[in-house]
Ligand binder design. Structure first.
Ligand SMILES: Cc1cc2nc3c(=O)[nH]c(=O)nc-3n(C[C@H](O)[C@H](O)[C@H](O)COP(=O)(O)O)c2cc1C
Length: 502
């Protein structure tokens, strides 16, 4: 498809989906520009001549933020609509999963064009952005080097190599943050090392083509399957990896920047952020850190930036909404829910909080079944609060249509079911506020929505509303017909009076 990030950028340039921006400041300007353009589903932005940095030290954002660029990234070529893109991913996933291609180890690669070891390591050498206005603690600006990152770890027992997007704030010239949250695959690896009181070897790729980010940032490959193998399946050839000299971890030979080191069981935990998060508010919390033993980078390196933000002005939103929609669709098929016509994880909830599923109703109970499964399936359950089920004449990506169905086809007293004590998230702003309020009242972390005796985070329980906005199955043949003109009629009159629609 393309060999690396640089070849990917050439493909975007050819279809007019790459813009070059010069002279932006790493403090806030890059972040605000990137997220404003993301809100318009705009092109990729390559920032160069960043204030205070040499020409060539670049930051790329918006790399897969519309159906055209995401289509190119997945080897489909430019795709024209969000709905078509999601259906294409659903169609191709089984083939990709069947045709895994293991990575190929090579002796060297462009990643070793520049090497900094030990005392030579200085993370401030790279234009790590402050992504949001108020990313600041005690007067110190929060510089987040890794957002579109791939944290590479290995299972010490099986050799399974995982990539995970776990972000990286710079805390000192050679200290980087990385937190393996419970449930993440990296945490499975970490716990195995730490249970033997050994440090976990960590390598982080900070710039790469965005296919690496898709697989590090989404729960696509199950435990035991390497994200490298799935990337190989999409590219149709093995990912070339080199052994990182200190940890021995396999890192992409064509990566732009790689750091490596070890995280010890007594890792220093520090206050991260505040950082503008995916739910659209500032959040903070403690994170682990590690000492960077070495940095490797290509000449004129490119950091891959994918900052969160308040949707739709959020760089990671497009990846999250399209891929989560496809993964939920796949999960529904695998769970035996028939006639699923589309899934859309709506922008407002940044893919997690609000999900719409469209079905061709086949029996009484079908719509509730689809709603319950959507709310509780693997890729859909975390932090989900609302599921709306619609008929197949409704485009789930079109919120006017969806809310029209809710308004005209549902009956509040009988169409809404609520499931209680569901899987929730600390990043849900309501839960964060409840947690802070209880701390304010009682002077310590609450037991639920706080930390347990071992110091691990315990989420507040959540709840989910399933809104059945389908025409009740038995009323279908009696339900009044939509008075929207047919596509054919619309087309005919629009062609006759084009000046009214230009
Ligand atoms: C751009 C981006 C940034 C992310 N940042 C984090 C993060 O800082 N910490 C985290 O635990 N998850 C983060 N996630 C979500 C995880 O990367 C995601 O759950 C992924 O599946 C983790 O990989 P794993 O399933 O191999 O553990 C991020 C996702 C994306 C797309």
């Amino acid at each position: 498809v393309y060999r690396d990030l640089r070849e990917y950028l050439q493909l975007l340039e050819e279809i007019g989906e790459l813009k070059h921006v010069r002279g932006a400041h790493w403090d806030t300007e890059i972040g605000v520009l990137a997220n404003l353009v993301a809100a318009r589903r705009g092109p990729a932005l390559l920032f160069d001549e960043i204030v205070g940095y040499p020409k060539g030290y670049r930051v790329l954002t918006n790399s897969i933020n519309n159906s055209r660029t995401m289509g190119v990234c997945l080897g489909f070529g430019p795709v024209q609509s969000d709905r078509e893109l999601v259906l294409k991913i659903v169609e191709n996933l089984p083939r990709w999963r069947r045709n895994l291609i293991p990575p190929k180890e090579v002796k060297s690669g462009p990643i070793f064009e520049n090497v900094r070891i030990g005392d030579e390591v200085n993370l401030y050498e790279f234009p790590a952005p402050v992504w949001h206005e108020k990313d600041e603690l005690n007067g110190n600006r929060v510089r987040m080097l890794g957002t579109g990152c791939a944290v590479i770890t290995m299972d010490p027992e099986t050799g399974w190599v995982n990539l995970g997007a776990y972000r990286n704030q710079i805390f000192d010239k050679n200290i980087l943050g990385v937190e393996f949250r419970t449930g993440r695959h990296g945490a499975i690896h970490r716990d195995k090392y730490w249970s033997k009181n050994q440090p976990i070897p960590v390598a982080i790729s900070l710039g790469h083509d965005p296919l690496f980010l898709i697989f590090s940032g989404m729960e696509i490959a199950p435990p035991g399957i390497s994200d490298y193998e799935m990337i190989g399946a999409i590219k149709g050839e093995p990912v070339e990896v080199v052994k990182a000299p200190i940890t021995g971890l396999p890192v992409p030979a064509n990566s732009e920047i790689v750091v490596e080191g070890f995280q010890y069981p007594d890792t220093k935990r520090v206050q991260e952020g505040p950082f503008g998060e995916w739910a659209g508010v500032y959040s903070h919390g403690e994170r682990g850190t590690f000492k960077v033993e070495a940095i490797y980078y290509r000449d004129d390196p490119i950091i891959l930036g994918m900052p969160p933000g308040k949707p739709p002005a959020c760089n990671e939103m497009y990846l999250l909404i399209t891929w989560r929609s496809a993964l939920i669709h796949e999960a529904l098929i695998n769970a035996g829910v028939p006639n699923v016509k589309g899934v859309w994880c709506h922008e407002s909830g940044n893919s997690r909080l609000i999900t719409i599923v469209s079905i061709k109703q086949s029996y009484i109970g079908h719509s509730r079944q689809a709603g319950l499964m959507t709310s509780q399936c693997g890729p859909g359950a975390y932090a989900n609060k609302y599921v709306i089920v619609v008929d197949d004449d409704i485009d789930p990506t079109n919120m006017y249509d969806v809310l029209w169905a809710v308004a005209t086809r549902s009956d509040p007293a009988t169409s809404i079911d609520i499931i209680r004590r569901t899987y929730s998230s600390k990043s849900d702003p309501l839960h964060e506020a409840i947690h802070e309020y209880e701390k304010h009242l009682f002077g310590k972390d609450p037991v639920i929505g706080g930390t347990d005796k071992a110091g691990r985070w315990v989420n507040c329980p959540g709840s989910v509303a399933i809104i059945d906005a389908c025409i009740p199955f038995e009323l279908k043949e009696f339900f009044p017909e939509s008075c929207e003109p047919s596509l054919e009629t619309k087309k005919k009159v629009m062609e006759k009076w084009p000046e009214l629609f230009s």
